[in-house]
Design a binder for this molecule. Structure first.
Ligand code: GLU
Length: 493
């Protein structure tokens, strides 16, 4: 069997959005699974809207996600001449013709069809022109478009879409479509096919919005005598109100860049995106790279559109909760050694990094990261709710402050006493810290939970986390005592 070859052909008119990334991921998985090749082709023929920044952003996004390609980036704009030559080749072989009809003529015919309540289709006026007339118009430099000549007779285009099944479109329902504009530029429909033929593409996995192009594109393949690739059109990803997702209406949250900048692990995003539109044969949801490549099959692609359950109202993080929970899963279970450099980056960005975390305090750093990650969702949490472990300047979550501190009139006095007990310990160990806490609670006639919750709130600013006495060990006796004392004397400020 010949080599399996796929392509990811983004139009560089914006950022890499999650829909585009999903397309890239499916093509990549298919190529990897079948020991094939993935080609990156930048479809930049829309000169007005294509930008260098967008190309750089797409490449950066793919690199970050770990989507590797084997050839390219190729640029569609390098092949415009070839696209036009192909159109002329189609004219020469009788599969296309020059159409000199003016915009006004066409518009009048369209209007007439509308008035008669008939569907408009180009009436092939220029197909009837004899060679003499054509030569005369050419000599006059009359502007023309090139139209593809759809085969006559009662045939149809039939193909087996790998997701949507058998699709048939009668030739009579396909207008002789334009392949070269009157300004001489080729249409996307043509360029895309010419490039796919040159790149020897065997499988086209693209959005369902491309389905309308496929019958016309197949006619071009056939006219050129080129093998037609397999097509798999993917369902779309919509927002909860079933609207198309776009940066304009949803903001940064639909861009890959957003996840990169907001503490996501690239593989977690890949894992999330792949499940938007594809289901494995089992109910497995978390996949390693190898597992995903093995499990991926076009048969698992969903016909129904998927929903990106993005919510603007979640104060924790504005994205699909499933994306967040998959990220949390990886963050909490990955080898801690692999996490350290990522946490280091976050700390560096916030000026909280200390070189000792890689020398004398290496063990402390590793253990602390491991301890606190169990409640975290993104890398940003290490400098958000986790800040108190790396700095004395941290925020207090108002909810636990209210519940664990403000509510108890005498809490600052009690926590001052606890600080003294901690200070009196010959060794600030987990067992001893717990023992004196419980002892003090008994003496004061209060529940130990009051001291425990109050202490957690003061020393971490947070409502929840790992077991308090583990937390205290990580923060260290000196800092714990200083924070409790400060609170008992000055309150929170
Ligand atoms: N450049 C097209 C896009 O970004 C690609 C369509 C295709 O895959 O054929 O939508």
């Amino acid at each position: 069997m010949s080599e399996v070859r796929l392509r990811f052909p983004p139009s560089p008119t914006g950022y890499l959005h999650i829909g585009g990334a999903r397309t890239a991921i499916y093509n990549w998985l298919y190529a990897r699974k079948h020991n094939g090749k993935l080609i990156l082709r930048i479809e930049d023929t829309d000169v007005e809207r294509s930008t260098k920044e967008s190309i750089a952003g797409i490449i950066d996004g793919l690199n970050w996600l770990g989507i590797t390609w084997d050839e390219g980036p190729y640029y569609q704009s390098d092949h415009v001449r070839e696209h036009i030559d192909t159109a002329h080749e189609l004219i020469a072989t009788g599969h296309a013709y020059k159409c000199f009809c003016t915009k006004e003529d066409l518009e009048a015919k369209r209007q007439a069809a509308m008035t008669a309540k008939m569907t408009y289709q180009y009436d092939r006026t220029c197909l009837q022109l004899d060679q003499e007339e054509i030569t005369r118009k050419e000599a006059d430099n009359s502007p023309y478009v090139v139209r593809f000549k759809v085969p006559e007779g009662g045939g149809s285009v039939v193909f087996e879409d790998k997701v949507y099944g058998r699709i048939e479109k009668s030739h009579k329902d396909i207008e002789d479509f334009v392949i070269v504009r009157s300004n001489g530029t080729p249409l996307y429909l043509l360029s895309n096919v010419v490039d796919d033929i040159r790149d020897r593409i065997t499988h086209v996995i693209r959005g369902q919005d491309g389905l309308g192009n496929t019958p016309r594109q197949i006619l071009i393949y056939e006219a050129l005598g080129a093998p037609v690739p397999e097509f798999a059109h993917m369902s779309l990803t919509l927002d909860p109100k079933k609207a198309k997702i776009s940066k304009r209406s949803h903001g940064e949250v639909v861009t890959v860049q957003f996840y990169k900048e907001n503490g996501f692990l690239p593989w977690a995003l890949v894992n999330f995106l792949v499940l938007l539109g594809w289901s494995p044969a089992t109910d497995q949801e978390i996949f390693t790279r190898e597992e995903l490549i093995q499990a991926f099959a076009l048969e698992g692609m969903n016909k129904a559109n998927s929903i990106f359950n993005y919510t603007k109202d979640d104060p924790k993080f504005i994205t699909d909760p499933k994306a967040l929970s998959i990220n949390a899963h990886y963050l909490r279970t990955m080898p801690v050694a692999d996490l350290l450099s990522l946490v280091k980056k976050e700390l560096l960005a916030e000026n909280l990094w200390d070189n000792s975390y890689e020398s004398d305090k290496k063990n402390w750093f590793c253990n602390t990261v491991d301890l606190i990650r169990s409640r975290f969702h993104t890398l940003k949490d290490f400098v958000g709710p986790g800040r108190a472990y790396f700095s004395d300047d941290y925020e207090f979550d108002p909810q636990p402050v209210k519940k664990n501190l403000t509510k108890h009139k005498k809490i600052s006095e009690w926590l001052g006493l606890l600080a003294d007990r901690f200070a009196g310990l010959p060794e600030f160990s987990k067992e001893e810290a717990e023992r004196v806490t419980r002892e003090l609670a008994d003496e004061l006639g209060i529940k130990a939970g009051i001291l425990i919750n109050g202490t957690r709130t003061v020393v971490t600013g947070q409502a929840a986390g790992a077991g308090l006495f583990d937390v205290l060990m990580a923060i260290g006796g000196e800092r714990v005592i200083a924070r409790l004392k400060k609170y008992s004397q000055e309150g929170l400020n």
